[in-house]
Design a protein around this ligand. Structure first.
Ligand SMILES: Nc1ncnc2c1ncn2[C@@H]1O[C@H](COP(=O)(O)OP(=O)(O)O)[C@@H](O)[C@H]1O
Ligand SMILES: [Mg+2]
Length: 458
């Protein structure tokens, strides 16, 4: 097999013909052939093949061939042949996303800027486009994709089904709907790699890792949908718990429960952008309050052992580890943000008064000369946790956002794993470079999942 970058040009002829410059024809073992199958994504079209005397790696496609294969544009792209007589251009990579609010300049709402960054970076290495579920034509097996032109404007083109789909559909609710479930299954049935599969629920991740002793060491004790009896037992055992909605995010609906044998039960939470602290002398009073606020919604809660996090100026600190699979299918830490909780806040979310800093700065203030070792160990554990999640999960994973706590002894804990992590940590001026690296990893991993790579799985 051969893989190389070539420069694609178009000609006027209407018959399906493809010309290769002589060095390229030699590399792709095409010399002496009369016809060849030309592939893009999931489309294959037979064409007449010719060689032209010209140096470099150039390809000329007739207008007729271009139209049937639906090659989106001229310029540099990979060309690859697995079998003799078959030439594949690409990879063709689709970023699946959507937005409720959209305009022609921002077709993916607030996600548009992220999609643009990714497409811009991928432009020279792939046919990189974005699409929404509405842009798929299942009958014709085509996608009405959004391509980014050099001036930063959008253009629409119909392309075959891609080699890889990077899923950034935003809505947890929409994702569990019948339509999107079958959308994913249809792609997988066509053997089109699709990552990530969906959002995670906290309880799903805890369950995934339940039989994985290596990962379990770093998971606070957690119970899904606990009875009030179990919550009480957990409070007596740990004196400090987090009670949180399994499908929650952004800290919404989270309670921090503490128990002092003499003083009673304390609960801290956020109510209408205010931090509240309540005391109950009896456990039943605490449960009554929670039930009054959530009713049967509590059936979708998890209770978790509370971890005494490291602090700066009496405010707890935790970390977002943004993880990617790289071009060799290995998990790597792309970037880490340290988040300091706002005063009195139950979580470290910026929206709740938290602030963002580099892990070096945060850990340096806490662990001083031990901080490099603590960070190194936390990175190793984050890789192990990602491997464990992937090992126990039945779908393709390429990206994870781990919420990691470090306690006062330096032990590392994972609070949750996000399968579609936000990118707010990369707004920090010191984390811009990591933000770029994160995009590179997405691209590299798409190249890995498509067949456009030199090495085979090992
Ligand atoms: N078991 C815990 N012990 C200590 N702090 C926790 C615990 N669980 C959550 N937190 C704090 O609350 C934050 C939000 O919790 P998380 O599980 O990530 O929920 P969300 O989905 O709302 O982000 C964490 O980043 C951490 O600061
Ligand atoms: Mg979180």
């Amino acid at each position: 097999m051969s893989l190389t970058i070539c420069n694609v040009h178009f000609t006027q002829q209407s018959e399906p013909i493809v010309w290769f410059s002589s060095p390229l024809a030699k590399l792709l073992r095409l010399r002496g052939r009369k016809s060849v199958n030309v592939k893009l994504g999931r489309e294959t079209i037979p064409a007449t093949v010719r060689t032209i005397k010209k140096g470099g790696h150039h390809v000329y496609l007739s207008a007729g061939l271009r139209r049937s294969v639906r090659i989106p544009k001229s310029g540099h792209v990979y060309v690859y042949n697995e079998d003799e007589g078959e030439i594949q251009f690409g990879p063709l990579i689709g970023v699946l996303t959507d937005s409720r609010i959209r305009s022609s300049a921002s077709p993916f709402g607030e996600r548009t800027e992220f999609v643009k960054q990714l497409l811009r970076l991928g432009q020279r290495r792939a046919y990189f486009f974005a699409f929404t579920p509405r842009d798929i034509n299942w009958q014709q097996e085509t996608v009405h994709g959004w391509f980014l032109e050099s001036g930063g404007v959008w253009s629409r083109r119909v392309v075959p089904f891609p080699d890889v789909v990077y899923n950034r559909l935003p809505s947890r609710k929409a994702e569990t709907g019948l339509q999107l479930t079958s959308l994913r299954e249809r792609f997988v049935r066509k053997r089109i790699p699709f990552f990530n599969w969906s959002f995670f629920n906290k309880s799903d991740v805890y369950k995934l890792l339940d039989n994985d002793p290596e990962a379990l060491r770093h998971l606070p004790e957690s119970i899904n949908n606990p009875t009030s009896g179990r919550i009480r037992e957990m409070l007596e055992k740990h004196h400090f718990l987090y009670y949180k909605p399994s499908a929650g995010s952004l800290g919404i609906g989270i309670y921090r429960l503490t128990y002092h044998p003499r003083r009673g039960y304390f609960v801290r939470y956020r109510r209408n952008s205010e931090n509240v602290l309540l005391r109950f002398s009896h456990f039943d009073g605490l449960m009554r309050m929670l039930r009054a606020r959530h009713g049967s919604g509590l059936n979708h809660y998890v209770v978790q052992q509370g971890i005494r996090l490291v602090e700066i100026e009496n405010c707890p600190i935790d970390f977002r580890f943004h993880m990617h699979k790289d071009g060799e299918n290995r998990w790597v830490v792309a970037g880490i943000g340290a988040k300091k909780a706002g005063r009195g806040s139950v979580t470290t979310h910026i929206k709740n008064g938290g602030s963002l800093m580099t892990p070096e700065l945060a850990l340096g203030r806490i662990f001083v000369d031990r901080s490099d070792d603590v960070l190194k160990e936390a990175k190793e554990i984050a890789v192990k946790l990602s491997e464990a999640i992937e090992r126990n999960y039945s779908h393709t994973l390429g990206e994870l956002g781990l919420d990691i706590g470090i306690d006062r002894d330096g032990s590392v804990w994972m609070f949750e794993a996000n399968a579609k992590p936000g990118r707010s940590i990369f707004k920090h001026p010191a984390l811009k470079e990591q933000g770029r690296a994160s995009l590179e990893y997405i691209l590299d991993h798409c190249l890995y999942l498509s067949k456009f790579r030199k090495k085979e799985d090992s």
